[in-house]
Design a protein around this ligand. Structure first.
Ligand SMILES: Cc1ncc(COP(=O)(O)O)c(C=O)c1O
Length: 424
């Protein structure tokens, strides 16, 4: 049963209906609110959790998860590096102010020019395939090439995940060959080992497994004379969630402290002097709970015995990857434009023509056209993944606890049409 509420609580501060109505007038019937304090706090708490268990980690914030420039800038201000997987993300990191040495360049496809730029600017490059070692060899053979340091993404099986296509296999001698080749290249120093997995249960066991495997590989390919400088265990962690969302999972969601304990225990055992840096690449973990999606109810209708509430939002706004059935929790703000009607087991439906564009099912409660719906925990992938399908992107508004600022204006049809050729 949804009870509805009069005000929206963001960042422990109450934002009244009058202000919400102004935001709708100014930015349209759908927008995101980015809670900047929450993002800062997440990064600080995460760093503190790993500091307690091992040593100060390097946090490589995963831009793909949400590359809104304001978020990138907050990550930079909080001391994080930028983890990128394309030239576009690399450009964005630079534009947000990350110096190249604070950029980690991952990904399965690094065009030659993009790789050369990253190498010459001193970014951290994580090699994904032997082809990239060929490119590094070519780069180093050119005159004026800068000496480079690089690491290799490892590919190994872990429980609960089907085989991955990323990285170089550690199940054969491929990984040894890769490190041997890199060590032989004049001007190249291998410095670290990387992995990243995204298992569906994001469990503590899977972190125990991955960190141990990466440590074993580091101990296999590095030596006293060529020491390992860092271990990068990627991202893939769960973040914090409101209770209504937690209740939808069939298993317990680990906390920052629990992830840090599992990883830290193994890092301490392997590196008692704590001289090998731990790198983590969180995306979802630090950004998912920093955004809310707010959209207005357009109309309510009945087909047979069932009520349908059509809103200025889509499942593409709140869950574009559609990877599981778990949906963000929703609350209703009564705006008082029309008399609410009491509904039972209604579907809250998106504006698209897709039959299963349903933002919430089994809604029971009072609701009226003009009311606003608030979906929590939509900061990860939602704004990045949404297709320009049927409606353009809503605005993103930043909220620092006192002030609202524009982070991204509402897109218009002209933004969508801008790259098409109309006159041929
Ligand atoms: C290499 C790498 N690091 C970090 C991440 C962030 O993952 P998540 O958002 O699950 O934390 C990803 C996501 O795909 C990734 O590919």
């Amino acid at each position: 049963m949804h009870t509805g509420r009069e005000v929206l609580m963001v960042n422990q501060t109450w934002m009244g209906k009058a202000r919400l109505a102004q935001l709708v007038d100014k930015h349209g019937p759908a927008f995101f609110i980015l809670e900047e304090h929450v993002f800062r706090k997440n990064l600080r708490d995460l760093r503190a959790a790993f500091e307690c268990e091992y040593a100060t980690p390097i946090i490589g914030y995963s831009l793909k998860t949400n590359y809104t420039p304001r978020i990138c800038k907050l990550a930079l201000e909080e001391g994080a590096k930028a983890e990128v997987v394309s030239e576009m993300e690399y450009d964005l990191a630079l534009r947000a102010g990350f110096p190249p040495e604070k950029i980690i360049f991952n990904g399965p496809l690094k065009p030659k020019q993009a790789l050369y730029r990253a190498l010459s600017q001193g970014a951290t490059v994580h090699i994904d395939s032997p082809h990239e070692i060929d490119l590094i060899e070519k780069y180093l053979s050119e005159k004026n090439a800068h000496p480079v340091e690089c690491s290799v993404r490892c590919n190994f099986p872990i429980s609960g995940q089907k085989n991955t296509r990323f990285g170089i296999s550690t199940e054969s001698s491929d990984i040894d060959d890769a490190f041997a080749r890199l060590s032989r290249l004049h001007g190249c120093t291998p410095v670290g080992v990387h992995c990243h997995f995204s298992t569906s249960d994001r469990s503590l066991n899977s972190y125990a497994e991955r960190v141990q495997k990466v440590i074993d590989i580091a101990q296999r390919v590095f030596s006293h004379d060529h020491p390992c400088r860092y271990i990068d265990i990627g991202g893939g962690f769960f973040g914090r969630m409101p209770q209504a969302l937690l209740d939808q999972f069939p298993h317990k969601i680990p906390s920052y402290a629990e992830y840090a304990a599992v990883v830290g225990e193994r890092m301490r055992a392997a590196f008692p002097c704590r001289d090998v840096t731990l790198v983590i690449e969180p995306g979802t973990m630090v950004v998912a709970d920093t955004m809310k999606f707010i959209c207005a109810v357009d109309n309510i209708k009945k087909v047979g015995a069932k009520h349908y509430v059509t809103v200025y939002g889509s499942v593409h706004n709140i869950k574009p990857s559609g990877r599981s059935r778990i949906l963000p929790s929703m609350t209703v703000v009564h705006m008082g434009e029309e008399e609410p009607v009491d509904l039972h087991d209604a579907d809250i439906c998106g504006y698209t023509c897709i039959e299963d564009d349903i933002l919430a099912t089994d809604f029971s409660g009072a609701i009226a056209p003009g009311d606003l719906l608030i979906f929590d925990n939509v900061g990860a992938y939602s704004t990045m993944y949404k297709p320009p399908f049927i409606r353009a992107q809503p605005a993103i508004l930043g909220w620092d606890g006192t002030q609202i600022s524009l982070v991204k204006r509402q897109e218009h049809s002209s933004d969508i049409f801008a790259t098409y050729v109309f006159d041929n």
